[in-house]
Design a protein around this ligand. Structure first.
Ligand SMILES: Nc1nc2c(ncn2[C@@H]2O[C@H](COP(=O)(O)OP(=O)(O)OP(=O)(O)O)[C@@H](O)[C@H]2O)c(=O)[nH]1
Ligand SMILES: [Mg+2]
Length: 300
């Protein structure tokens, strides 16, 4: 693609919103072209506002990933859904992500209804089309069009990348004309230490079942680069709510904790391009998800 004339360059905030687990973070990573947001098969994975930047010759997309909307049981979840709604309201373009399936899920319908409250340009991305038979997509698109009359509808697969070019074109059309806001080499607003924290948290989603990941936060105790810059030392504390959760995370003979550390280290070494020495601890902070001060501190 040739560079656009400076006065026709487009740039703006693009919110990726929707119910939890529909693939918002997977989509963000695909659109940015590298992993900036953690992904898991479980709901309520994303807890922060995460900016990912896509640099094209004619536009810069400032993509905002956020927690998914869900029934906010408990303080932590209330904080997550409130944050998501703040992210949605500040966008230039709202991309509502829903899931393809035999019919629209109740949570997706509720999100489409919520989209009507926002005034900005709207796009509905019907994600996970790789999972369904082609003829089932049209009725879903028609339902979306009925619910949100002013939205463009684009079926996609964030996993395979199908139709993402089309999604990007539609988003660009709605972006305001203005110069790029972010420098060319920048692809996220997260620091390397935040990325490290998040990757550790992601591995916990894969290693422990049931409620454990939802009761877990990761706190960095050390993040230092050795003077010659070759080795990064990371020490982190995994905070859980109960003794039983601590036992689960550590596992028999410390095996589960070791595996969490190993997979986090391997992925971070590839992402950050450095050798890493990682130490993990587990600490119980009784019912931290119910304490507003601790929720603020441990999700900051
Ligand atoms: N088959 C298929 N699976 C997908 C697709 N996109 C995402 N997924 C899967 O859906 C699950 C949830 O993906 P996430 O990207 O974490 O979803 P999210 O909307 O960010 O979830 P929260 O942060 O919890 O709200 C993961 O197992 C993904 O691999 C897709 O296009 N096709
Ligand atoms: Mg997510």
């Amino acid at each position: 693609m040739s560079a656009a004339a400076p006065d026709s360059f487009r740039c703006g905030l693009v919110a990726l919103g929707g119910r939890t687990n529909v693939g918002k973070s997977t989509l963000l990573n695909r659109l940015v072209g590298r992993k900036v947001s953690i992904v898991s098969p479980r709901p309520q994975t994303t807890r922060r506002r995460i900016l990912g930047v896509r640099h094209d010759a004619d536009a810069q997309l400032l993509l905002v990933d956020m927690p998914g909307l869900h029934l906010p049981r408990g303080l932590l979840n209330q904080q997550m859904t409130a944050l998501a709604r703040r992210c949605l309201s500040e966008a230039d373009v709202l991309v509502g992500v829903i899931e393809a399936g035999p019919a629209l899920a109740a949570g997706d319908k509720a999100f489409l209804a919520e989209m009507l409250e926002y005034r900005m340009a709207k796009v509905i991305a019907i994600n996970k089309i790789d999972r369904v038979k082609r003829p089932s997509i049209l009725p879903l698109a028609q339902q979306c069009a009925q619910q949100v009359a002013d939205a463009q509808i684009v079926p996609i697969s964030a996993l395979t990348g199908e139709n993402l070019d089309r999604l990007v074109d539609v988003i660009k059309h709605y972006l305001p004309q203005r110069p790029a806001l972010m420098p060319e080499q920048k692809y996220t607003d997260q620091s390397e230490s935040t990325i490290a924290q998040e990757i550790i948290r992601e591995k916990i989603f894969f290693a422990a079942r049931e409620e454990v990941p939802f009761s877990t936060a990761v706190k960095l105790d050390e993040f230092t680069l050795e003077p010659e810059g070759r080795l990064l030392r990371i020490a982190a504390t995994i905070v859980v709510e109960r003794d039983s959760q601590k036992g689960i995370l550590i596992g028999a003979g410390g095996l589960r904790l070791k595996r969490i550390g190993q997979s986090a280290r391997e992925e971070l070494e590839a992402l950050l391009g450095r050798r890493i020495f990682m130490t993990l601890f587990v600490k119980v902070d009784k019912n931290w998800t119910r304490d507003p001060r601790k929720v603020a501190e441990l999700t900051a």
